[in-house]
Design a protein around this ligand. Sequence first.
Ligand code: NAD
Length: 253
Amino acid sequence: SPSLTGKAALISGAARGLGAASAWAICEAGGQVMIGDLLVDRGEETAAELRAAGHAAQFVRLDVRDEAAWAAAVDATVQAFGGLHILVNNAGIATAVTVEDLTVADFQTILDINLLGAFRGMQAAIPAIKASGGGAIVNISSNSTRRVSAITTSYAATKAAVANMTKSAAIHLAQSGANIRVNSVHPGPHATDMLLGSDAKADLPEVQALRAAIPMGRMGEAREVGAVVAFLASDAASYVTGAELFVDGGLTP
Ligand code: NAD
């Protein structure tokens, strides 16, 4: 497994789901983690569970739509751990709506969180990562960048934009000698609150059909995304920047 000993990470949307799994993976690789999320109770609980397992973890309330909150979250991470080396832009929301039914207001909301949230995160974190001697940014996109359906109008648009923004930032930070790599992770279906919400939904026909479409025959486990995030954040991925890594059991064509 990759080594992140002495590295400090800030992860948005890490109270639960894939973000929490990324926090566990980074901690298990020796890193320290600041969990940023809107969900205060759940975020505090995740941080407490990590500490109970012997890891260095704290929680900060973060709304990725708020630039001042991002600045405060970066400061809190540097304060807590003495630096910032890793940013994981994971916070996101999903919508399922066709081009005919989507409203401009709803489109703006998801853009503000999924795309601009990650942009604000990079702007806030890059100076602190530079000041800490470099590191890595991992942006959580989705396999929906390549696997579009009738109801991914806004969601897939934001996730494709995240991937291209990632690539552009990667080129800039490589050329400017900042020693910061930037990559996007593209999960396929994972059984988190976002996708299923409850165990009851796991047996729905459409969920069974989805599972059947995956070459590996199963949905992903959150920790299988966390492991990839920790790898990209580590020196094991020292020549990987601007990459789009699909974590989807072979689903994406
Ligand atoms: P989730 O809903 O379980 O977790 C998302 C977290 O983000 C929540 O804790 C939520 O409170 C937080 N969040 C939402 N809006 C926020 C905001 N404005 N500021 C701060 N935090 C906010 O979802 P998940 O499945 O763990 O998804 C994590 C990421 O992975 C998302 O970007 C999602 O689009 C992406 N993704 C998930 C799947 C999947 O199948 N679960 C597939 C592809 C991509």
